[in-house]
Design a protein around this ligand. Structure first.
Ligand code: ZN
Ligand code: ZN
Length: 237
């Protein structure tokens, strides 16, 4: 039986500046769906889901989200392995889906932002992904809004900020949680070892985004693919 958290809509009319005091520190819950990762950022009560996995991960994501009062779904970018369940989950929990405007076109077609790769890992992953990327239609959720650099998620009960990390896709973003945990989407990946994202739409941009992540200092990095690491990885130059 699927359980759904009781909604307490009226409890959150608090001044945003007090959120950090009122809400306890956030935890990152890893939801692993085969090779796709998504993350539930929660303070124990409210939660924001970052990425939604591909279709087959729906039940696992639904089960984890149902333990909390889900407030928002954020997409690090609009590829099927991050966004395919967004529309269904948004409808189920009656919450909006936030993503960067530059990725809006990817709901029409993956080919709006063609991908290339570097290295052997990139070649293998791209080879395995291309057909599915091209053939999977990602349904656009009905309830959406755009996010950009510096936007705060505190209205959703989480002390986190959006940082733009373009390159893998034009609208790729990361979510910086309390300046200690960074959800990077596919700007970096950890297929075998942590590195600049092996697949990219814009090589120069993905290199700059990786360098930016490195410059942020101590963080735990949470990848779209692979296990979390500290903020140490191989920069592709
Ligand atoms: Zn991707
Ligand atoms: Zn991915």
């Amino acid at each position: 039986m699927r359980r759904r958290s009781k909604r307490t809509e009226s409890n959150f009319f608090v001044p945003l500046s007090f959120n950090a005091i009122i809400f306890p520190m956030s935890e990152i819950h890893h939801i692993k769906c085969k090779t796709d990762n998504c993350y539930l950022v929660t303070n124990g009560r409210n939660a924001v889901l970052v990425d939604t996995a591909s279709g087959e991960g729906y039940d696992a994501v639904l089960a984890e989200c149902s333990k909390y009062d889900l407030k928002l779904i954020v997409l690090t970018h609009v590829h099927f392995d991050h966004a395919e369940n967004a529309a269904r989950l948004s409808e189920h929990f009656n919450v909006p889906v936030a993503f960067h405007e530059a990725d809006l076109e990817l709901f029409d077609s993956f080919d709006r932002q063609p991908m290339e790769s570097y290295g052997l890992v990139g070649k293998v992953v791209l080879g395995m992904s291309l057909k599915v990327l091209r053939n999977t239609v990602v349904n656009k959720p009905a309830n959406t809004f755009f996010i950009k650099e510096g936007d705060s998620l505190s209205p959703y009960g989480i002390d986190a900020k959006v940082i733009e990390l373009p390159g893998h896709t034009k609208g790729s973003v990361g979510i910086d949680v309390e300046g200690k945990d960074l959800l990077v989407g596919d700007a970096l990946d950890n297929w075998i070892s942590p590195a600049t994202g092996h697949l990219y739409n814009d090589l120069d941009a993905v290199k700059k985004s990786a360098a930016r992540i490195m410059s942020l200092g101590p963080r735990t990095l949470y990848y779209g693919h692979g296990k979390p690491t500290e903020n140490k990885f191989k920069l592709f130059r």
